[in-house]
Design a protein around this ligand. Structure first.
Ligand SMILES: Nc1ncnc2c1ncn2[C@@H]1O[C@H](COP(=O)(O)OP(=O)(O)OP(=O)(O)O)[C@@H](O)[C@H]1O
Length: 633
């Protein structure tokens, strides 16, 4: 046991992340900590030395102390104390007895759409409370959702999601820790504006919630790539695709959360409400009215009129002319120190220093169009998706991008490569865990590649959803991961009140939509062959739907031309001999029979029986032939 500060003892490490190590600990018997009992178990997150040694982080740690201690919600892990002692910075939290959501998904597989919606509704509740308090999480991911177990073990056990690590991303995003061309976050969950270094608001958390929701019900995040840069590019340039197992109302929610333009995303309060409406409307026991309400969920997804700004964001990539600007110095949660710190960085532009207004049009213009960057077309994406990788197909998310000089990693003429940043060392040390929060280092040229100009998306209109896909009209947009949906909602536009459309499996019985236990959905089955997916929908499903539903699914623009793929080799064995497998089987059977016969012959009285039988036959034939001669002569 080791003391932490004067009030706590730490016992064993619970886990390690990029920003620190979490320990199981307890309050000393003689200590008084508000909200806890002497001897009570707690979790202590000891921040890494690099953070603790950064004066800016320490200052912010102290300044945000009151905000973090104040943050109280049933779905937020309560911070009880902040310890600053010498070189040590630690957060003391309530100990949550249960796995984090990342581990849970890896062991149990994806959730049913109903369970996923209900779980994310509670996460959205937590976000709504923190956003109302001006706190943006900025690193939303399954690893930061702890599942407290409540109820009776073995029967009626419930999972209660609790969001943790509030404020950590903000602490790590210090001018002394991060530098120009860096971001703090986890690539798979980073919002486009964060990847671009534009000003951020609470909408980044809603984007993260959309990614998580997608991952909860499909088992993988929507944007993937071979490395952090490829994943970030996907966030900027690709549109998410509706999986075949995702009910339409849930997809409406996901798609809105994943809008590239932050102002088009719903607020966290609206998100929570919408998810509950969806969960009620996609269950097997849903009434027609509930189904209709779920189908009309788009109308509930109103943006936050006053998104909470993230102070000090927006200047990191300003030297690239990306429309970045440190504009948040005059907001209610302004952090002028941070803005000045950014402006003081080498390469900072007058825009950053002067705090010019953020131009939303510039942000739209800077998004890369799908396929705009060579090598990142939709076909490439499918090819590079490491779906069967050991980490669930999410690539090596613990990878730390090496620092590069202006001439690239191998540049001979430019400045010598930088010494490894302390963050690199600590991130490397944390490679044993996936889903690490990363500090990514990007060369300006790489960033420019991310920012290829694109066709601006059509203007957003409420009640009308121009980017919504109708999988019936465009079957290629619907990958169809194949595992049955538990929510009882017929796939791809079928009317839930009429049951599953022909050719589809009947939905399986699911827990009622209001049930709070998160049963995993069955593991994904292999992907269906494309021919099957391309089957025309039955005429009945092509009938015009009521106006509200039609409005939600306008035809999608034509898909880009794709080159035909090379046929995949059948197996690694290049020599294919028809019937060889059968022949091998026959030979094996013969061999077994021969061995069995030899054993019978040698280890049983079979040879003697055989002699007796032979004698008997011999004598009988002699007797018959003698009789035959006597009869005929
Ligand atoms: N309050 C808590 N109670 C119990 N266990 C916790 C608590 N907070 C974190 N843990 C556990 O500690 C481990 C490490 O947590 P940490 O937040 O450092 O991981 P992380 O989110 O992957 O880190 P990072 O976001 O820095 O990459 C996690 O596996 C988590 O399950």
């Amino acid at each position: 046991m080791r003391p932490v500060g004067s009030k706590y003892l730490i016992e064993e490490a619970l886990g390690r992340g990029a920003t620190g190590t979490v320990w199981r600990g307890r309050v000393r018997d003689d200590a008084t900590v508000p909200g806890t009992q002497p001897g009570q178990q707690v979790a202590v997150k000891v921040l890494r030395e690099e953070l603790a040694g950064d004066p800016d982080v320490v200052m912010r740690f102290l300044r945000e102390r009151s905000v973090l201690l104040r943050l109280s919600h049933p779905n937020i892990v309560r911070v009880r104390d902040l310890v600053v002692e010498g070189d040590l910075l630690a957060l003391v939290m309530d100990l949550v007895d249960g796995p984090d959501l990342y581990r849970y998904l890896r062991s149990n597989g994806p959730l049913s759409p109903v369970a996923g919606a209900l779980l994310m509704a509670q996460v959205a509740d937590a976000l709504a409370a923190s956003h109302a308090d001006g706190v943006v999480h900025r690193d939303l991911k399954p690893a930061n959702v702890l599942l407290a177990t409540t109820g009776e073990p073995g029967g009626g056990e419930l999972m209660h999601p609790m969001l943790t690590d509030f404020g950590i991303a903000r602490l790590a995003d210090s001018p002394g820790i991060t530098r120009t061309h860096e971001f703090v976050g986890t690539p798979a969950y980073v919002a486009p504006e964060s990847a671009e270094g534009r000003p951020q608001t609470s909408a980044v958390d809603v984007y993260g919630a959309g990614i998580m929701l997608y991952e909860l019900v499909t088992g993988r995040p929507p944007f993937q790539g071979d490395g952090p840069l490829a994943i970030l590019h996907a966030h900027l340039a690709q549109e998410p695709e509706r999986p075949g197992t995702m009910p339409e109302p849930l997809w409406t929610v996901v798609e809105r959360c994943l809008r590239k333009e932050p102002r088009e995303r719903p607020g966290a309060t609206a998100l929570a409400q919408a998810l509950r409406v969806v969960a009620v409307g996609i269950g097997v026991h849903s009434t027609p009215a509930q189904v209709d309400e779920a189908l009309a969920v788009g109308a509930l997804l109103l943006p936050d009129p006053e998104p909470a700004p993230v102070p000090g964001t927006g200047g990191a990539f300003g030297g690239l002319g990306l429309g970045a600007a440190g504009v948040l110095g005059d907001g209610p949660h302004a952090d002028p120190t941070q803005v000045l710190g950014r402006a003081g960085l080498p390469g900072a532009t007058p825009t950053e220093a002067g705090g010019a207004q953020y131009d939303p049009a510039a942000a739209t213009r800077l998004m890369g169009a799908p396929g705009a960057a060579p090598g990142y077309g939709s076909e490439d994406r499918t090819r590079t998706m490491p779906a069967s990788g050991p980490d669930g197909g999410q690539g090596d998310r613990t990878r730390v991008m090496p620092p590069v000089g202006p001439d690239g990693p191998d540049g001979q003429d430019g400045p010598q490569p930088e010494q490894p940043h302390p963050w690199q060392t600590q991130l490397r040390a944390a490679r044993d865990r996936n889903q690490q929060t990363e500090v990514g280092y990007f060369e300006p040229e790489e960033l420019r590649q991310l920012q290829e100009p694109q066709v601006a998306p059509p203007p957003f209109q409420y009640g009308r959803d121009p980017r919504r896909q109708n999988p019936q009209q465009n079957p290629q947009q619907n990958p169809g991961y194949g595992y049955p949906q538990q929510g009882g909602y017929p796939q791809q536009g079928g009317d839930p009140r009429r049951g599953a459309a022909p050719g589809h499996r009947r939905p399986q019985a699911a827990p009622p939509p209001y049930e709070q236990s998160y049963e995993p959905a069955p593991a994904p089955a292999p992907q269906r062959p494309p021919a099957r997916r391309a089957e025309p929908a039955p005429a009945r499903r092509a009938e015009p739907a009521p106006a509200r539903r039609q409005e939600a699914a306008p035809p999608r623009e034509a898909a880009p031309h794709r080159e035909p793929r090379e046929p995949r080799p059948r197996s690694r064995n290049r020599m294919y001999i028809p019937g060889l497998g059968c022949l091998k089987g026959c030979l094996m059977v013969l061999l077994i029979l021969a061995i069995a016969a030899a054993a019978l012959w040698n280890f049983t009285p079979l040879p003697q029986w055989w002699d007796h039988a032979y004698d008997l036959i011999d004598r009988s034939s002699t007797w018959v032939s003698q009789h035959w001669h006597s009869l005929t002569s």
